[in-house]
Design a binder for this molecule. Structure first.
Ligand code: IVH
Length: 675
């Protein structure tokens, strides 16, 4: 982007950000998620870093909290209360370290990592060891005196006492001088900063009035009635010792704070970014179970003198960053819209995106579902969009930021013929999806192959899309049955193959010749037949022959099978081509195991399980198989009928729904124990 383009973009970003801030903070309304708004602010910040001459005083990046309220006494402080710049993801974290290394060449940095608690920033001053004054951040230099309200918070000590061993003799001496009123002639005061917050369980009662615990904490402290503050179960977590008592490291500050009787995160000293990332991962895992809300971790250069030397830029220190949890939504650009052809021939328009970190991973693609959805969203190539990736769902474009358009955006037109084989596309009158009707269409065949070898189906280790593409290009395979007839000699001459790797691959394929009936049915790739339906069919029909002969009526008698699914199954087994394919598969020696659940126990009988997020020790398909083997039922969506929600990593919206419905939520460990 050149300077002129950046200037235009910055102007638009400011306007849009201000509009959403106003909506959210003044009108208490919300059109886009906080994650999406953060993402826009982050883009603005990065553009301003690239073109510092374009930073203006009214930029949203220059703002800290808000102006002090009228009703409170003002507090002026010497050291401003700054805020933190965010980083999302490992790449940005590394970029920050590179930046530090450019500022102080040859320096090695270690970092102190701690939780970033989602509350309201407060400064406390103790004179002669006694709590004297507490204030809000305000505009960073001038805050509001909220001492009386803070005095109602039990976790703020009214008097400082030394409870345990301090990190150094010097600190101990200085502290004793500060807080011991006998020997102390003039107290300089001790300033401590931290966060007022409310625990999740206490917040429940206020949910209808406040959007989040942070707003509630702020609202309880920035009001003039200490009785009201006292009635709210607020807590305080200290994260910085501002007064110089001889501490040389931020980690020592945390030790001092906890020895002085504050709640403080013990955090972790990390000798490099890998350790920071490990800490972040660990916290991400614990996050759900913590009693309070956190929105990431804070990373400080641990050595205070280095931290000072690095200084500040704008309103934030260079030596610290907030490493935020990736929100489920973010904004990015649509670089192109392309058609993807699925294994059943369905054409899906896919947005090709500028890489963006959402829900913990970098994404470059988001589905636009179909032609109607493109119309509904009004999305064009070149647009800025909000993408959503809640847990395990496929990333999708949920909104177009039309106010950020330049006029250069291009409209996308759905093709009328298949972009791969040129067949005329078909769309049944009531459906939204265009399909390529050509069974020999290369794109469809490839997709079908990918499905066939995937984890939840034949699960052939070491064979991925790249190898499939290569084997097709070499004319070694035309349908998946060919895979089982491949010999080492076919592979050795190919690029990237040697004797050993050819042997391994053939072994991997041959090892997968035994398969459960449910997986085999799923492998056939019948339209509308997903994992769940395949399981239901296997349970009902017990063997393939019965399924082949099934009538529409019999199919409809199965729970969860409606007319659409029944029809596609029925017609699938009436097509000669499909029956031949099945015969060919069986001739290669594939053995279909009789369903295990007949012999296993009925421990889970009558209980329905739903999965969200990814499990570490087993695939979703395996987890479902295990549940069914024990007589349980699985479903794709949470409802009143659900008995258990199993939560893996990066859970999706199912988690909230389950909470609302009061459904029992268990993690992977608990699930394995149940098993
Ligand atoms: S250090 C330079 N540590 O996050 C700012 N902040 O903008 C020093 N916060 O204003 C803040 N937990 O309200 C720090 N462990 C933590 C924190 C933390 C929450 C808040 C604080 C700050 C904001 C960052």
């Amino acid at each position: 982007m050149n300077k002129q383009q950046a200037q235009e973009r910055i102007k638009k970003l400011k306007k849009v950000i201000n509009y959403h801030r106003y909506l959210y903070h003044v009108l208490q309304k919300q059109e886009i998620s906080e994650g999406a708004l953060d993402s826009l602010k982050h883009e603005l910040y990065q553009l301003e870093q690239q073109f510092p001459e374009l930073i203006t005083l009214d930029s949203p990046t220059q703002r800290v909290a808000g102006k002090p309220l009228k009703g409170f006494k003002k507090v002026k402080r010497k050291l401003p209360m700054l805020s933190l710049e965010d980083v999302f993801g490992q790449k940005e974290l590394e970029a920050w370290q590179d930046y530090l290394k450019r500022l102080i060449p040859g320096q090695k940095f270690d970092y102190f990592s701690e939780m970033k608690i989602d509350g309201f920033a407060i400064s406390l001053i103790y004179q002669n060891g006694v709590f004297w004054q507490g204030s809000t951040r305000g505009d960073s230099i001038t805050g509001e005196d909220v001492t009386q309200n803070l005095k109602t918070i039990e976790s703020i000590p009214l008097k400082l006492e030394i409870h345990g061993k301090l990190p150094s003799k010097e600190i101990e001496r200085n502290l004793k001088r500060e807080i011991d009123p006998v020997r102390n002639t003039i107290s300089n005061g001790v300033e401590i900063r931290g966060e007022v917050y409310m625990e999740k369980k206490d917040f429940e009662k206020f949910k209808s009035t406040y959007a989040n615990p942070r707003n509630l904490a702020a609202g309880s402290i920035r009001q003039l009635n200490p009785r009201l503050a006292a009635s709210r179960p607020l807590k305080f977590l200290a994260y910085a010792l501002i007064t110089d008592l001889g501490q040389t490291r931020h980690s020592q500050e945390h030790q001092v704070l906890s020895q002085l009787g504050f709640k403080a995160d013990p955090g972790k000293v990390c000798k490099d970014l890998n350790e920071v990332i490990d800490f972040w991962r660990d916290i991400t895992k614990k996050r759900e179970r913590l009693p309070f809300q956190i929105d990431g971790i804070v990373i400080n250069v641990d050595d205070n003198s280095l931290f000072q030397k690095l200084g500040t830029v704008g309103k934030s220190p260079r030596g610290a960053r907030a490493f935020k949890f990736s929100p489920a939504q973010a904004t990015t650009f649509v670089q192109d819209i392309k058609i993807q052809i699925g294994r059943t021939g369905a054409l899906t328009p896919v947005a090709h995106l500028k890489p963006v970190e959402v829900g913990g991973v970098t994404i470059t693609r988001a589905t636009l579902h179909n032609e109607d959805e493109i119309k509904r969203l009004g999305v064009k190539i070149g647009d800025t969009v909000i993408v959503d990736r809640a847990g395990d769902v496929i990333p999708e474009v949920v909104k177009v930021m039309k106010d950020l358009r330049t006029g250069q955006e291009k409209e996308f037109k759905m093709p009328k013929t298949c972009p791969v084989c040129d067949s005329k596309l078909l769309k049944p009158a009531k459906e939204a999806i265009w399909r390529c009707p050509n069974p020999k269409c290369q794109a469809k065949q490839k997709r079908y192959f990918y499905h066939f070898i995937s984890r939840g189906v034949f699960d052939i280790k070491g064979v991925g899309p790249r190898i499939i593409d290569q084997l097709i290009a070499e004319n070694l395979i035309t349908d998946p049955a060919d895979l089982f007839e491949l010999k080492e000699g076919d592979l050795i001459p190919l690029e990237r193959f040697a004797e050993k790797s050819a042997e391994n691959l053939i072994k991997a394929i041959q090892q997968r010749k035994e398969i459960t009936l449910a997986r085999f049915i799923y492998a056939l790739g019948t339209r509308n037949v997903g994992v769940e339906t395949a399981q239901d069919l296997a349970e009902h029909f017990k063997n393939l022959e019965n399924l082949k002969k099934a009538t529409i009526e019999e199919l409809l008698s199965i729970k969860d099978i409606g007319p659409g699914i029944a029809d596609s199954i029925h017609s699938f087994f009436r097509e000669k081509r499909n029956l031949n394919f099945i015969d060919r598969l069986l001739k290669t020696g594939i053995k279909i195991q009789t369903p295990k659940f007949q012999v296993s126990s009925f421990k889970f009988q009558g209980q329905t399980f739903v999965l969200t997020g990814s499990l570490k020790t087993l695939s979703r398909a395996r987890a479902k198989e295990k549940i069914r083997n024990l007589g349980g039922d699985t479903s794709e969506s949470v409802s009143k009928e659900t008995d258990y929600l199993i939560v893996g990593e990066s859970p999706g919206s199912k988690l909230n729904k389950a909470k609302k419905l009061g459904i029992k939520i268990i993690d992977e460990k608990e699930f394995l124990q149940l098993l």
